[in-house]
Design a protein around this ligand. Structure first.
Ligand code: NDP
Length: 331
């Protein structure tokens, strides 16, 4: 039972949602990556009756990855989608109410907190756990936008299949780029890695893997000027090398793997964030600057960004929410 005062007048919320479709929950979890599911497992086992909205990408970013070899407990490794399916089953087993839907606005100005789902359903919540993760970044050049979905992709495991036996390029020098390039090398005839610096930022293992794959050619010190193509899709890319010369290569697909942006914009009016939009949590906890609102996973972590650290912080968020609700007498 909630001890918080129910909403008097929904029309005063910032979410501009129609009244009539309002539901109150004790613990609302937004996002379904390792952080969200771990928070759900802990919250459900603590009788918080969590309701989870999965967000735009059910299962989160790991559903777009291939092998996960560094999550403890899987000595042979596991694919990202399989791992997320396991986490989902585990969260559901303890009674998490897992729903399809996206949080489109929020109002944390008074208790209970309000979150609008899909621009219409109003959820009022005694506690909110934000596990909305981060989204892939794009270069931002016009030709990239033009060919998005027609040869430009930010997910090799989603779209790599379409480039079987073809030539592709991956832009980026981090773990994602190295992983995507290695994955694509198993499908494609040739993979160019376009790296703007003269070194890779990826971990040593991933660097080694990419550099020692015969059909991967790393182009250090190159930036992307323009992606070229025709009505059927991408046919090439024009690069600028470190001598400021243009270099044209022929490719069939262009994969962007240059990092991520935290999915936190709807919380901006209420939550403290860094300049990029990563939610700030109080050191050693998942607490945000707003009571009853907790953040975990990639939306608050720009340093580690691992499934295991996301899961750990999801556990912290659920424990913090449980303690908070206990102190408030709402649990
Ligand atoms: P990172 O931020 O680590 O790397 C981004 C890469 O993209 C860098 O090489 C960066 O270049 C480059 N880049 C950024 N903007 C541009 C641009 N406009 N034009 C060209 N290049 C650009 O992101 P990742 O997604 O690779 O990794 C994020 C985190 O996730 C990391 O902590 C990583 O370790 C982790 N991860 C772990 C995996 C695993 O363990 N299996 C798999 C994938 C990711 P520059 O170096 O010049 O800034």
């Amino acid at each position: 039972m909630s001890l918080f005062k129910p909403l008097d007048n929904l029309s005063s919320t910032s979410g501009s949602a129609p009244s009539g479709d309002v539901e109150h929950v004790k613990c609302l979890i937004l996002g379904s990556g390792p952080a969200g599911y771990t928070a759900a497992i802990y919250a459900a086992r603590a009788n918080l009756s969590p309701v989870m909205y999965e967000g735009l990408q059910p299962g989160g970013q790991l559903t777009t990855t291939t092998e996960v070899e560094n999550f403890p407990g899987y000595p042979e490794g596991i694919t990202g989608p399989e791992m997320m399916e396991d986490l989902k089953k585990q969260a559901a087993r303890f009674g998490t109410d897992i729903r399809y839907g996206l949080a489109t606005s929020a109002d944390f100005s008074s208790l209970p907190h309000k979150v609008i789902i899909d621009e219409k359903k109003v959820i009022t919540a005694d506690s909110v756990i934000i596990a909305t993760g981060a989204t892939a970044k794009y270069l931002g050049i016009p030709s990239e936008e033009k060919f998005k979905g027609f040869g430009v992709s930010a997910c090799a495991t989603c779209d790599g299949f379409f480039y079987k036996g073809k030539v592709v390029a991956v832009v980026g020098g981090g773990d994602t780029a190295a992983e995507e390039a290695t994955y694509l090398a198993g499908l494609c005839k040739k993979v160019y890695m376009i790296v703007r610096k003269d070194y890779l930022r990826a971990s040593k293992t991933m660097q080694h893997r990419a550099m020692n794959t015969a059909n991967i050619e790393v182009l250090f010190g190159h930036t992307t000027k323009e992606i070229t193509g025709n009505d059927l899709g991408v046919t090439g890319v024009t690069l600028i090398n470190s001598n400021s010369e243009e270099v044209k290569i022929e490719i069939d697909g262009f994969f962007v793997a240059i990092g991520h942006e935290p999915n936190s914009s709807i919380f901006k009016p209420y939550l403290e964030m860094d300049e990029i939009g990563y939610i700030k949590t109080i050191l050693g906890s998942a607490k945000t600057n707003v009571e009853g609102v907790f953040a975990c996973g990639d939306v608050q972590d720009k340093y580690y960004r691992q499934a295991i650290t996301a899961a750990g912080s999801g556990c912290m968020a659920a424990l913090d929410a449980e303690r908070y609700l206990g102190e408030k007498g709402a649990h």
